[in-house]
Design a protein around this ligand. Structure first.
Ligand code: HAM
Length: 432
């Protein structure tokens, strides 16, 4: 196989991250940890357990599960041959892998729903821009084993709680039903007939899709296609009684929870496994890539992947996009400042300080020890920069006497302490 860039760079040449991927550095990584821990709290509250699937799978999983004609499968997957020429793909999404694992490990239990969540990197070869990258991270939720519309509303309720705990306010919930295998074919026939009459007004992609997967045309973002798309028949008019009832009940459950929504009949989503309920949460704060969350029902997916018929509903939330919103709202936790800065003066003191650091950390004291020799003045400067609360001076005299000056950085107040009392003195030190 020929590569565009020789993988062996010249010695000394700077090696950079691949286009569309990026490093998450401190202090931004602290925002990620915070978002992930808030998410876990909410997910556990709603009875979800974590599942971790591999980042690569056999290509056929996505071809069959997500659909050959979707943009994701036809244009965006990172697919490569294994050494035995098996085709593998870096996962572009998490639902098909979760359903694969569900079938493989026979996770179904009699009449019990299974609530799973995952967080991790996904890969799509899209044009990178704000809020869109080639390696991105999703928090996903999949509920397997129920087609009750109340579970759909409960999942959206969970999402709302998560967004409110993250203090993300300006969002809108868009909902739709795309029917099922009984009622959708009639809609697709009508849609195809309309599209055939409007061929010349549509872009190339739409013309191709109107033959292979006409529902995808509704999802087209090309400006010149929008007026045609507006004039097309709406799927909600074609829902059969069972789908109509399901959708009405779902909307009723949202209303009874005081959850605002807007029904958008053109909301079809870019993955083929959906049926009945689909939804998105969008946020104007995100710009062009304004979809924060996408999800829906996928009752036929397990069968498509060779398993027993299993109902499924879920969503995935783009973590990069959530982080963008958190940062726009001014949420920027810095480094966690050390409680205690150790300032050794000389080599013997440094050796003692390394052991003290171990002891203090065992006592749950967040302490900082630098590994370059410093004067007291330079230690004070660094402790200030790190916003350390206290500084402990360890010099030859102190080693001899076993008594160490403990300085409060805020006002310079100082007392002498022995090592064993440092922990208790940190809090009570200057309380009279
Ligand atoms: P999706 O709409 O393809 O759905 O992706 C869900 C979310 O992932 C998007 O709303 C967006 O926030 C984020 N996302 C997607 N692509 C990118 C990208 N290139 N860069 C940054 N963020 C991105 C799914 O993946 C389905 N598996 C969701 C689902 C779960 N449906 C049912 N269960």
């Amino acid at each position: 196989m020929e590569f565009n860039n020789s993988p062996v760079k010249r010695r000394g040449e700077v090696i950079k991250a691949i286009k569309g991927t990026r490093d998450i550095l401190p202090p931004e990584s602290a925002v990620w940890s915070q978002v992930e821990s808030v998410a876990r709290e909410v997910l556990h509250l709603y009875g979800f357990s974590e599942i971790r699937t591999p980042v690569f799978e056999g290509t056929e999983l996505f071809a069959r599960g997500v659909g050959e004609d979707t943009d994701i499968v036809s244009k965006e997957m990172y697919t490569f041959g294994d050494r035995n020429s098996r085709s593998l793909t870096l996962r572009p999404e998490g639902t098909a892998p979760v359903v694969r694992a569900f079938i493989e490990h026979q996770l179904h239990r009699d009449s019990q729903i299974l609530k799973l969540y995952y967080m991790g990197p996904m890969f799509r070869r899209e044009r990178p821009q704000k809020g869109r990258s080639r390696q991105f991270h999703q928090l996903g939720v999949e509920v397997l084993g129920s087609d009750h519309p109340a579970i759909e509303a409960e999942v959206i309720e969970l999402l709302q709680l998560l967004l409110s705990r993250l203090e993300i306010r300006e969002t809108e919930l868009l909902v739709n039903s795309i029917g099922c295998n009984c009622c959708r074919p009639q809609f697709l026939r009508e849609l195809q007939a309309e599209l055939a009459m409007k061929k010349t007004q549509l872009c190339q992609d739409c013309n191709r899709r109107s033959e292979t997967n006409p529902l995808r045309v509704l999802d087209c973002k090309v400006k010149s296609c929008q007026s045609v798309i507006e004039s097309l028949p709406s799927i909600v008019e074609f829902l059969d009684d069972a789908c109509r009832q399901h959708f009405d009940q779902f909307l009723g459950y949202l209303q009874s929870r005081d959850i605002d929504f807007r029904v958008v009949p053109r909301l079809v989503r870019g993955l083929d496994y959906y049926m009945r309920t689909t939804f998105e949460i969008v946020s104007p704060g995100l710009g062009a890539q304004n979809t924060l969350v996408g999800g829906g029902r996928y009752d036929g997916l397990a069968e498509l992947l060779g398993g027993d018929a299993t109902k499924g509903f879920g969503f995935a939330l783009g973590l990069e996009r959530i982080i963008l919103l958190c940062q726009q709202d001014g949420y920027t936790p810095g480094m966690i400042p050390p409680q205690l800065f150790l300032a050794p003066l000389g080599e013997r003191a440094f050796n003692k300080a390394t052991l003290m650091a171990r002891e203090f950390r065992h006592q749950e004291i967040h302490c900082f020890l630098d590994f370059v020799p410093r004067t007291l003045k330079s230690s004070m400067r660094l402790a200030n920069r790190l916003d350390a609360e206290y500084l402990l001076i360890i010099g030859d005299d102190e080693l001899r006497s076993g008594k160490y000056p403990l300085k409060r950085m805020r006002d310079g107040a100082q007392i002498l302490v022995i090592e064993a009392e440092v922990r208790s003195r940190l809090r009570s030190i200057w309380e009279d």
